[in-house]
Design a protein around this ligand. Structure first.
Ligand code: PLP
Length: 391
């Protein structure tokens, strides 16, 4: 097979979907009085509250910053332990390290990549046998599907731990009436507005919570730990502000917020197009000619389908499929290498965990985004069919 990728238009595995209304919104902000910390921040936050149902939304500069701020606002600090699914983007664990805390990794379902309540319970038990306890559980709504947050929150309550839903993949998803990010069963949730996600703000993220104190702390921490207290301004003067904690500059700009807010108006349409494309894959891959090669994911109609992840029979087949598709100009990706395998975390001596290993060895994410053209998706399916015929 020659290097066809160079002669054909590449189909990426993910991409943003920007239209004229988004461009107009950003240009309008550029021409306004504020390019940062202006009115777009609050109106984007209002929009996020409306779609998630959470009482408070605090937008920040990235999903990673949102994780850092959420953990810190809950008081996670030096020496604490948080339980993170092994299959996630490293940021879920990294943000604990930023707080001086340590992640402990729990296993996941080898078929869905989602951490199950028993996975958290096992990790808590493992810690308990070493005389340790956990301060926070961080279920990840991997690929756009929610974990069993109700059961996980019960386990957390019994362990005296908080729950932070990493909802970077799942804006617009729900499970049995619980909306991702609503914080019905979590103390906080976080979103990411990286271009591969459901809505794009260039970069950006948000902390969602129903707890006013957590929201207030998050608001202060995103901007150096500064608050403007009426008592202080009354006694000292209108200029006075107080830095009450050590925070960071994690502020989102109005440029980002105007893009995010404009995109949010099309969230339902984005999620619907992702579902339609996931359905097309699902229908195509029912055919016998794929079954000997890979398994398709469970078609969850409540998922917001950030990723469409198939599972190959074994790691060798997955590697060959990856190379075949890349060579044909089709962007595919592996989400994720278990976090404990990264050299930075290897020294913790965690893993291997059987579900995470099995998932990692077989998974491959196929192109999925709202603007994925029918003809491109048909080509992805045809190229996979060609590959499966070689097996
Ligand atoms: C599960 C998960 N959590 C957190 C993040 C971090 O988000 P960001 O890239 O906006 O910092 C990502 C980003 O890919 C992610 O996939």
């Amino acid at each position: 097979m020659g290097d066809k990728a160079s002669t054909r238009r590449r189909v990426p595995y993910a991409r943003q979907c920007i239209d004229q209304s988004d461009i107009d919104a950003v240009v309008e902000t550029l021409q306004s009085d504020f390019v940062t910390q202006g009115p777009r921040i609050e109106s984007f936050e209002e929009g996020l509250k409306a779609v998630s149902g959470a009482a408070h939304a605090v937008v920040v500069s990235s999903g990673t910053a949102a994780l850092h701020v959420a953990y810190a606002a809950l008081g996670i600090g030096t020496g604490d332990i948080g339980i993170v699914p092994a299959i996630t983007f490293a940021a879920t664990a990294n943000a604990l390290k930023y707080c001086g805390a340590d992640p402990v990794f729990c296993d996941v379902d080898p078929d869905s990549g989602l951490a199950r309540p028993a996975d958290f319970a096992n990790a808590i038990e493992r810690l308990g046998s070493d005389g340790k306890s956990t301060k926070v559980l961080a279920p990840v709504s991997y690929s756009g599907r929610l974990c069993d947050l109700k059961a996980i929150s019960k386990i957390a309550r019994n362990a005296g731990a908080f729950v932070v839903e990493d909802a970077a993949h799942s804006l617009g998803a729900s499970r049995d009436g619980t909306v991702s990010g609503s914080c019905r069963y979590s103390d906080a949730a976080i979103l990411s507005f990286h271009p591969v996600k459901h809505i794009c703000a260039g970069e950006g993220g948000a902390v969602l919570t129903n707890d006013e104190t957590v929201a207030r702390r998050a608001r202060s921490l995103r901007s150096h730990g500064i608050v403007k207290e009426p008592t202080l301004t009354r006694s000292e003067g209108g200029w006075a502000y107080a830095q009450e904690a050590l925070g960071w500059n994690y502020r989102m700009t109005d440029l980002q917020a105007s893009l995010g807010e404009s995109q949010l108006k099309r969230l339902d349409a984005f999620v619907e197009s992702r579902r339609d494309r996931a359905r097309r894959y699902d229908e195509a891959f029912r055919a016998d000619l794929f079954g000997h090669c890979f398994e398709r994911p469970y078609f969850d109609p409540q998922s917001s389908w950030h990723l469409y992840v198939v599972r190959f029979r074994d790691s060798d087949l997955r590697r060959r499929a990856y190379e075949w598709l890349q060579n044909e100009g089709i962007g595919v990706q592996v989400h994720y290498r278990p976090v404990y395998r990264h050299p930075y975390y290897e020294r913790l001596g965690e893993g291997p965990l059987p579900g995470a290993e099995s998932f990692y060895e077989r998974c491959l994410s196929l192109p999925l985004y709202p603007s994925l053209a029918d003809s491109d998706q048909i080509r992805v399916i045809a190229v996979l069919e060609e590959f499966c015929q070689t097996v």
